[in-house]
Design a protein around this ligand. Structure first.
Ligand SMILES: NC(=O)c1ccc[n+]([C@@H]2O[C@H](COP(=O)([O-])OP(=O)(O)OC[C@H]3O[C@@H](n4cnc5c(N)ncnc54)[C@H](O)[C@@H]3O)[C@@H](O)[C@H]2O)c1
Length: 417
C-alpha cells in the first residue's frame, strides 16, 4: 500500500466527516433531470441501463462500450425509450471512457465493465466530478481501495456500490430485526457465494474472457460482496463494529480445467490453461466486537444450480438461516422452535419494499436491482448520503486482496489495514 490512511481513525470520525466526504452533494434539484452515462453494456450493463431508463428525471446522455455491437445496442435502447440518441464512446479503445468523462453533459456514470476495471474507472469518474454507481466488486487491490476513498473525499462526488443482495427483501427484514436489537450481541455469521459460473469463462469464439482470466490469474475470494454485504450491515461493520483480521484457505482446483476440457476437448489449448483459483475458498473474519464471519466463495465446483448466495446470522437472542428461510427470535417466537421468516414480515418488512413491491417485482434478482438503481438516483437527487458508501464498498471488496495475501502466506492471519 503506497500511502496508508488509518481506517480506524477515519471510521471513528465518520460521524463528523464533512458532508463532502460522504458524497452528499445533490446533483439535481427535485424537478431537474440527472444526466447519466454508462460504461460497459454487456449482460449486466444492459439490464441496469433498462432499469435506469425507467427512472423519471434520468436522461442517458452517453454510452460507452469497446464492442461496437454492444455500444450500438445500448444507444438504440435509449433512443427506443424515447430519449435523444446518446453520445457513443469506446470506439477508440479501453481508455476511451476518459473522453466520455470529460463531457459537461454528464452528472453520473454507471460502471458495469469487467471487475478488474471498476476501481480505476470509478476513481477516474470521481476525479472528473461525476457521481458513480459501480458494479461489484468495487475494486481488486488495496491501492484501489485507498484510491477510491481518497477520490470520494477529495472530489466530494457521490459513490455507491451496486450491491443488490443488500436489497433482497429477506435481507432487509433481517437488517431491521438486527437494528432493533432482536439478535442481541452478534456472535457468528455464515455466508457464501456458491454458484457454478464456469459456463461464463469463455466467449463464443473460445477465447478466455475476463471471468476466465480471473480464475486463471487470481487466488482468494474474488466475489465477496454479495455474501458479506448484508452480513456487514447486520453486524454493524463500519458503524458499531469493524473487521480486524482474516484468515483464508483455498482448495485444489478441478472445476475450471474440467469444464474447459469437456467443452473443447482434452487436447485443446483451453484444456491446457493453468487455472490458479481453487474451487472453494473460505475466509474467516474476526470483528472487533468478537463476532466471527465465515465467508465461502465457489464458482467452479460441479453442482446443480439452486441458490447463488446464502446467509446465516447468530446472535445472543435470535438466529436466522436463509437456505431454509427460518428464524428464531427469543422475544417473539413461540417456544424454542424455528419459524418461517414470513411469519414476521408484517412487522419487519422494509418500507422500501412495502412501497414499491409491484414495481420491483419484475426487475431482476428478486426485485433488488430496482432498488439499487432507484436508491442511487433518489439519493443523488435529494442530496442524501450514499446508501452503500465508499467505506462499505472498500471494506467488503478488500476481502479480495486480503484473502489472497493470507493464502499466499500459508493461511496467515492478516490484519485488515
Ligand atoms: N450485481 C450483480 O448481481 C451482478 C450480476 C452480474 C454481473 N455483475 C457484475 O457486472 C460486471 C459486468 O458483468 P457482465 O456479466 O455484464 O460482463 P460482460 O462481459 O457481459 O460485459 C462487460 C461489458 O464491458 C465492456 N467493456 C470491457 N472493457 C471496457 C472498457 N474499457 N470500456 C468500455 N466497455 C468495456 C465489454 O465490451 C462488455 O460489453 C462485472 O463486474 C460483474 O461482476 C454483477
Amino acid at each position: 500500500m503506497k500511502k496508508p490512511i488509518n481506517r480506524r481513525s477515519f471510521l471513528a470520525t465518520a460521524g463528523v466527516t464533512a458532508t463532502m466526504a460522504l458524497g452528499r452533494r445533490a446533483v439535481a434539484g427535485a424537478n431537474s433531470r440527472i444526466r447519466c452515462g454508462i460504461i460497459g453494456v454487456g449482460r449486466r450493463g444492459t439490464h441496469l441501463l433498462r432499469l435506469a431508463l425507467s427512472v423519471p428525471q434520468v436522461q442517458i446522455t452517453a454510452v460507452c462500450d469497446i464492442q461496437p455491437v454492444h455500444l450500438e445496442r445500448g444507444r438504440e435502447m435509449v433512443a427506443k425509450a424515447g430519449q435523444a440518441r446518446p453520445a457513443g464512446f469506446g470506439q477508440r479503445g479501453p481508455k476511451d471512457y476518459l473522453r466520455m468523462l470529460e463531457s459537461n453533459d454528464l452528472d453520473a456514470v454507471i460502471i458495469a465493465t469487467p471487475m478488474q476495471d471498476h476501481g480505476v474507472m470509478a476513481i477516474d469518474a470521481l476525479q472528473a466530478g461525476k457521481a458513480v454507481l459501480s458494479e461489484v466488486a468495487a475494486c481488486m487491490t488495496l491501492d484501489e481501495c485507498w484510491g477510491l476513498v481518497r477520490a470520494v473525499e477529495a472530489s466530494g462526488s457521490f459513490y455507491m456500490l451496486a450491491e443488490n443482495v443488500c436489497y433482497f427483501r429477506d435481507c432487509m427484514a433481517v437488517m431491521n430485526m438486527a437494528r432493533q436489537g432482536l439478535f442481541g450481541g452478534i456472535t457468528y455469521a455464515e455466508c457464501g457465494y456458491v454458484h457454478d459460473c464456469r459456463f461464463l469463462h469463455f466467449d463464443p469464439d473460445g477465447s478466455l474472457n475476463w471471468r476466465g482470466q480471473l480464475a486463471r490469474d487470481y487466488v482468494g475470494n474474488l466475489y465477496p460482496t454479495h455474501a458479506i454485504g448484508p452480513v456487514a450491515q447486520w453486524t454493524g461493520i463500519n458503524k458499531s463494529d469493524r473487521i480486524v483480521s482474516l484468515v483464508s484457505m483455498t482448495s485444489r482446483s478441478f472445476g475450471a480445467h474440467n469444464n474447459a476440457s469437456k467443452k473443447y476437448g482434452p487436447e485443446s489449448p483451453q484444456s491446457r490453461i493453468a487455472f490458479s483459483k481453487g474451487d472453494t475458498t473460505t475466509t474467516m473474519i474476526q470483528t472487533a466486537n468478537g463476532a466471527v464471519i465465515d465467508l465461502r466463495y465457489d464458482t467452479t465446483s460441479s453442482r446443480p444450480h439452486r441458490t447463488t448466495v446464502y446467509h446465516t446470522l447468530q446472535g445472543e437472542t435470535a438466529s436466522y438461516r436463509s437456505l431454509t428461510g427460518d428464524v428464531w427470535i427469543e422475544s417473539k417466537s413461540e417456544g424454542y422452535r424455528w419459524e418461517p421468516l414470513t411469519r414476521h414480515m408484517a412487522e419487519f418488512d422494509d418500507p422500501l419494499w412495502k412501497q414499491s413491491e409491484d414495481q420491483a417485482a419484475s426487475s431482476g434478482h428478486g426485485g433488488a436491482d430496482f432498488f439499487v438503481i432507484n436508491e442511487f438516483f433518489a439519493a443523488l437527487r435529494d442530496g442524501r448520503p450514499s446508501p452503500i458508501d465508499v467505506y462499505d464498498a472498500v471494506t467488503w471488496s478488500s476481502v479480495i486482496p486480503l484473502s489472497a495475501a493470507s493464502i499466499r502466506q500459508g493461511n496467515a492471519r492478516i490484519e485488515v489495514p
